[in-house]
Design a binder for this molecule. Structure first.
Ligand code: NOJ
Length: 533
């Protein structure tokens, strides 16, 4: 069976895409880590949510120094996740259930365990093997080729035995690739073709804005400031941050667009529509538009909402800017409020706010990404320092706590941790309090976060492709933001007082549904509702 939307070449424009973090989804073999057969087993659950597609974080061969974003062989499956046959079965099953499949592609770097890097170490300075990476001699004073700081902390350069240094924007086990070398592009196109042949319908491009580097042998005037500006957990005066981020020598350089124009031709060469979404944290956000010009990629993540407060004015500004900006290139927006790199939205904003924000966003035009566990309202888990695995925790010697709290496995069923995730010891412990949050418990409670997501996604179908999007900002000073689309009103209240809205029928409420009486309903603080006038 093929999905009903297989022939729809623009299926992704308004799609809801469910992000699966394979290590934390479902463990089928009791080794304490999620795996591909585990995902296959739970795909019915995913399809029942009412999403259109899944995106899987990397499951490729990897020493796992950065949660699999350190890839030793992008065209094979790491044994702890299964094998290629398991990947094929998983993709086929997803298609049977009408789900498209996006896989991650990580073009900024390989793992230091990749055959190319091992060969580069052996071949030595000046070799064609080293020319696939950024190897340089030290400066005359013996220091690294420049003063850039890794995004995970510490220097962005590591020295090898013969004295040369190689560049790594992330962990020292993730050497950056040299995209000026055509061999690199050729290899990635092969990887893309490989996964398309395996059945993938698209790609999420990791660090999409990082491939082209400029002034690689020049020191940055404020490396520490730049490094802080790039970290969302560091507070900084906005003007200072903007000034530093306006020109980052290794991000959002003009050269990346040439790469994506060429990739787009490759995507379009297959006999089914292949889409790609860019992970591009760029500044100012309007620069993101360039990635989705008609001859480049299909979507670019919008990360504003991952850090935005629950505040109607801010939400209006960010959402409206995004919609308006993208109109220039005819692209659709993407909305994400959680992912494997950020604090979970229920912890960052609060449980009620997280539900309200999700319901509000599901009404908007564009595509919504839902990170596994977000539908359950999972908070970040407390992770003991001894259990932490994020390289940023290790490289900053604990100064940055890292992202493990958002990567704790899914609670499926039962009363005892690890709540059906694994029959063994889970790689990160699930908090005992998650007994209230399991899929099993929430499935039988119509007021649960899970039930809300399912209802909202089913109602959302009515809004798809509706052109008549209109804002109502008349009460924004009281924290109330609304819009209407396809005859449905969607409102959110970030203020501290209830407001009355003229309504004939309530469709959805993010929590404790208000009753509709005498043509009015009450929208309480921290709530979102969908209704008809
Ligand atoms: C972004 C990924 O989402 C993150 O998990 C990873 O650590 C970095 N890119 C480096 O690949």
């Amino acid at each position: 069976m093929t999905s009903p939307t297989t022939t729809d070449s623009k299926w992704w424009q308004e799609a809801v895409i469910y992000q699966i973090y394979p290590r934390s989804f479902f463990d089928s073999n009791g080794d304490g880590e999620g795996d591909l057969p585990g995902i296959t087993e739970k795909l019915q659950y995913v399809a029942d949510l009412g999403v259109d597609a899944i995106w899987l974080s990397p499951f490729y061969t990897s020493p796992n120094k950065d949660g699999g974003y350190d890839i030793a062989n992008p065209r094979d499956v790491d044994p702890r996740f299964g094998n290629l046959a398991d990947a094929k079965l998983m993709i086929n099953k997803a298609h049977e259930l009408g789900l498209k499949v996006l896989v991650d592609i990580v073009p900024n770097h390989f793992s230091s365990e990749h055959a190319w890097f091992k060969a580069a170490l052996i071949a030595g300075p000046g070799s064609k093997e080293r020319a696939r990476f950024h190897f340089y001699d030290k400066k005359d004073d013996g220091t690294p080729p420049n003063n850039w700081i890794s995004l995970f902390g510490g220097p962005a350069w590591t020295q090898v035995a013969d004295g040369q240094y190689y560049l790594h924007l992330f962990d020292s086990s993730q050497p950056d690739l040299n995209w000026e070398n055509p061999e690199v592009d050729q290899d990635f196109k092969e990887t893309i073709s490989f996964w398309v042949k395996m059945g993938a319908d698209g790609f999420r491009i990791d660090v999409a804005h990082g491939l082209a580097k400029e002034n690689i042998l020049t020191d940055h005037h404020d490396p520490k400031g730049l490094s802080d500006a790039l970290r969302i957990d560091v507070d900084m005066e906005i003007s200072k941050r903007e000034a530093l981020l306006a020109s980052v020598p290794f991000f959002d350089r003009a050269g990346v667009h040439e790469i994506y124009r060429s990739w787009r031709k490759h995507f379009d060469s297959f006999d089914k529509p292949i889409m790609a979404v860019a992970e591009a944290w760029v500044h100012p956000p309007v620069n993101g538009v360039a990635y989705v010009r008609p001859d480049e990629l299909h979507q670019v993540f919008n990360f504003d909402l991952l850090i935005a407060p629950f505040d109607a004015k801010t939400l209006f500004r960010l959402v409206n800017n995004t919609i308006e900006m993208l109109k220039d290139v005819g692209a659709y927006p993407t909305w994400a409020i959680s992912n494997h790199d950020s604090p979970r939205v229920a912890s960052r904003l609060g449980a009620e706010e997280a539900r309200a924000l999700a319901l509000f966003l599901f009404g908007l035009p564009g595509s919504c990404y839902v990170y596994n566990g977000q539908e359950l309202g999972l908070p970040d888990a407390e992770v003991a320092d001894g259990d932490r695995q994020d390289p940023s925790f290790i490289r900053t010697k604990g100064e940055t706590k890292g992202r493990d709290g958002a990567r704790v496995p899914m609670p499926w069923s039962g009363q005892e941790s690890p709540f059906g995730f694994s029959s063994g010891k889970s790689w990160l412990p699930l908090p005992t309090t998650w007994n209230e949050l399991t899929v099993e418990i929430q499935s039988s409670n119509s007021d649960s976060s899970l039930s809300l997501y399912k209802r909202a996604l089913s109602e959302r179908a009515r809004l798809l492709s509706a052109e008549d999007f209109t804002w109502d900002v008349s009460r924004i000073d009281h924290g109330v933001l609304g819009f209407s689309r396809a005859g449905i009103q969607v409102y959110l209240n970030s203020g501290d007082k209830s407001v009355k809205l003229q309504a004939s029928e309530l469709i959805l409420s993010s929590s404790s549904a208000p009753t509709c009486e005498n043509g009015e309903l009450e929208l309480m603080p921290k709530r979102a509702i969908w209704f008809k006038r």
